[in-house]
Design a protein around this ligand. Structure first.
Ligand SMILES: Cc1cc2nc3c(=O)[nH]c(=O)nc-3n(C[C@H](O)[C@H](O)[C@H](O)COP(=O)(O)OP(=O)(O)OC[C@H]3O[C@@H](n4cnc5c(N)ncnc54)[C@H](O)[C@@H]3O)c2cc1C
Length: 699
């Protein structure tokens, strides 16, 4: 007991709340060294019900048709008709039950709505996303008193109230549990009677929707000065404040990446709120941090991943479409291997992150709260979106750089860092949440061992340790004698599945060895734990690809899916190699030889395989499968490209590329069109010219 007390990581209160806030899903198998494909196969694929499908095909499609990306960006706001449409069709009440007047959508449907809108305009997507993510509605649904629910939920569902949630302070961003904002327990006259409540002093920043909010969710530290010194801090507490309210200052705007969605500071000094405004009432004073962590355990896996996958889909759709019809040096530029390669990388990465996102959303729809999987999906989808936009910008070159209505990517490119930063900035998420939280939360024995030590329960510790030793032996067996496949995988992917199984054993063994040798010190060794988190993430995403493909097998997509799985496997193995390549502890070095010994070298994708993926993108059906959530805007570059690609499809690949080359001749478009038998040739050439041109503005 003494040795374990010394070695095991200590868990603080805020960390405990985060650890206990989620559940463990398929990712837990990986910590046990088992890639259990049977368990994976049992997770049902996403299915939208009739009402959700109709909403997506009608209301969301109509909304997309109202969005003009450039005009919205220039105006720094959505047009009044869009705000009105969002309110009227209850876009802000997607998570609110029908009983309160909301749409009561599944997580999958909510994500599909955000993805579709984000593919067209990010400001509208963020505006829709926020009231449906961590904030007043979700907190009320989970923790509100009946009176609070009855008052606020119908108003939020009907958009009579627009919410924001204010946690971040100038001095506490990532370390949000350390917010200096206080609420001092007191009594004041309120509605003619002495009323118990809090006097709040706070300064919050970066708060999305704050400038237009009519109800502010606020997190503050509750203090009871009547208690003895040392026990006055009651803990983080969440309350709702209607706008306007005496002392509450709100309305100014930040300009995050100069975007059009509303965001700004919220401040107050000695703002009195009655106790009834605490979410969940008096009994929830001090429980705010746990409430927020519980909401984040789910929310992190939905909104930002939906938004980021939309950015990836837009980048691929745009870059692939443009590269097929942009002709330089007498060739369609997608024929150049250095253009084809990033296109292939975008496709493979999109398939993997979208698979992981869909898998996690489906698990959420089963009532689970997989906090570690949510963090994996948040981190990797937002990073992949940034990479996809970078590739897209490079491929479009000057066309993507000049701002204007016909620009195809620059507004999305500018916004990419926002998704990286919010709901857990990515560096911290990768370093601390995925593995730090994952190891303790998902490991089959670690949490039990820590709890046994905390409770000084030697027999519980003994039991957990026995189980733990059994697991290490199981992993060793998996490493030394290739463990059998658990369950079935899609035909043609058996080899990849065996490699995943082997790597899962190496990952779990490495985790156990690192925890065993380094104990609580592992927490501070961020570079080590980050690599373990990377290995976990890439194994999770590789498995997610197999899950997605099993549900939607498609021969045309097979090269992309093979590439996606191979890429993730390679990244997982590279993370383990990098980990062992950087340890100096002799015992860990020996462990490295065991964990990686006998592992057949895992290659990156060969050039020929990468180019085969790019070739698969010639088929518009494959692009349609990879980018199923693209919306269609009213006007602008994306609309023009869409129209051009439709015409190209009608004319046929060969003829459209011939005409795209011919447009370089200094001849009238009519003259070039006359050389073609295709009746749409002139319309195609005009559409192509429109896509090639960029905007210029008078002084
Ligand atoms: C556009 C936008 C909208 C937002 N909306 C809201 C909102 O509606 N409500 C709200 O309350 N907040 C909101 N935020 C705040 C957001 O959640 C914070 O910006 C975020 O938590 C990071 O805090 P910070 O920006 O202060 O960065 P800091 O905390 O200063 O972090 C700086 C860097 O250090 C890294 N870091 C910190 N700790 C560690 C560690 N232990 N190990 C490794 N790296 C670490 C971070 O990853 C980051 O890269 C919003 C922010 C933006 C930009």
């Amino acid at each position: 007991m003494a040795a374990f007390t010394e070695a095991l990581p200590k868990i603080g209160e805020t960390e405990r709340a985060a650890l206990e806030s989620g559940t463990v899903g398929f990712e837990g198998c990986l910590f046990a060294g088992k890639a259990d494909f049977a368990r994976l196969a049992a997770i049902p694929a996403e299915r939208l019900d009739e009402e959700e499908r109709v909403f997506l095909e009608e209301q969301v499609a109509e909304l997309c048709g109202m969005l003009d990306d450039f005009a919205i960006d220039e105006a720094h706001d959505l047009p009044a008709e869009v705000w009105d449409y969002l309110r009227r069709h209850r876009f802000f009440g997607m998570i609110i039950p029908r009983a309160y007047g909301g749409l009561e959508f599944s997580h999958a449907a909510h994500a599909a709505v955000v993805t579709r809108i984000a593919s067209v305009n990010l400001a509208a997507a963020v505006t829709v996303m926020v009231p449906n993510s961590l904030g007043p509605a979700e907190l009320l649904l989970r923790y509100g008193t009946e009176a609070q629910k009855a008052h606020y939920l119908p108003r939020l569902a009907r958009s009579e109230d627009l919410p924001c949630f204010a946690l971040t302070s100038p001095y506490a961003g990532s370390d949000a549990a350390a917010i200096p904002d206080v609420g001092v327990l007191t009594q004041r006259e309120w509605n003619g009677a002495m009323t118990p409540g809090f006097a709040l002093t706070f300064s919050k920043r970066y708060i999305t929707l704050a400038p237009v909010a009519t109800v502010v969710g606020l997190a503050f530290n509750a203090i009871d000065p009547a208690r003895p010194a040392g026990s006055q801090e009651l803990g983080i507490t969440c309350a709702l404040i209607p706008v306007p309210h005496p002392g509450l200052r709100i309305g100014a705007r930040h300009r995050p990446m100069n975007g059009a969605f509303m965001n700004g500071p919220v401040q107050g000094e000695d703002v009195f709120i009655p106790l009834d405004w605490v979410i969940g009432g008096k009994q929830n004073i001090g429980k705010g941090w746990r409430m927020l962590m519980e909401c984040l355990a789910t929310g992190r896996g939905i909104s930002l991943p939906a938004l980021s996958v939309a950015l990836q889909q837009t980048s691929l759709y745009v870059a692939n479409g443009y590269a097929r019809l942009r002709n330089q040096f007498g060739l369609s530029i997608h024929r150049f291997p250095n253009i084809a390669t990033p296109l292939a990388q975008m496709a493979a990465e999109l398939y993997a992150t979208d698979a992981a996102r869909r898998l996690t959303t489906c698990v959420l729809d089963q009532g689970e709260r997989p906090s570690v999987a949510s963090a994996i999906v948040k981190y990797h989808s937002t990073e992949a979106a940034r990479r996809a936009l970078n590739h897209g910008m490079d491929i479009l070159a000057g066309k993507a750089i000049c701002a204007g209505p016909s620009n195809l990517l620059s507004i999305a490119y500018r916004h990419a860092p926002i998704a990286i930063t919010v709901e857990g900035a990515n560096i911290l998420t990768r370093a601390l949440i995925i593995f730090g939280q994952g190891a303790v939360r998902c490991h089959p024995y670690l949490l039990r061992e820590i709890q046994a030590v905390e409770q000084r329960d030697a027999s519980a510790l003994g039991e957990a340790l026995l189980g733990h030793c059994g697991q290490v032996l199981h992993c060793l067996r998996g490493i030394l004698l290739q463990a059998p496949l658990l369950g079935q995988v899609p035909r043609g992917f058996e080899r990849e599945a065996r490699t995943i199984t082997r790597l899962a054993a190496s990952f779990a063994f490495t985790t156990d060895v690192c925890v065993g040798i380094l104990g609580g010190k592992l927490k501070r060794l961020e570079l080590l734990s980050t690599r373990l988190g990377d290995a976990l993430s890439h194994l999770y995403m590789a498995c997610a690809c197999l899950w997605r493909y099993a549900g939607q097998p498609d021969a045309g997509l097979a090269p992309v899916v093979h590439g996606a799985v191979r890429q993730q496997i390679w990244l997982a193995s590279a993370a383990l190699h990098a980990l062992y390549g950087n340890v100096s502890n002799p015992a860990l070095r020996v462990a490295g030889m065991v964990a990686l010994g006998g592992l057949r070298p895992i290659r990156r994708l060969r050039d020929a395989e990468t180019l085969a993926i790019a070739e698969a993108l010639d088929d518009p059906l494959v692009i349609g499968r990879l980018c199923p959530d693209m919306g269609l805007p009213r006007a602008g570059g994306l609309r023009d490209l869409h129209d051009l690609l439709s015409l190209a499809q009608e004319i046929g690949e060969e003829e459209s590329q011939r005409l795209a080359g011919a447009i370089r001749q200094s001849k009238a478009l009519e003259e070039i069109a006359a050389t073609s038998a295709a009746p749409q040739a002139l319309a195609f050439l005009r559409a192509l010219d429109k896509v090639i041109q960029v905007d210029s503005f008078p002084e």
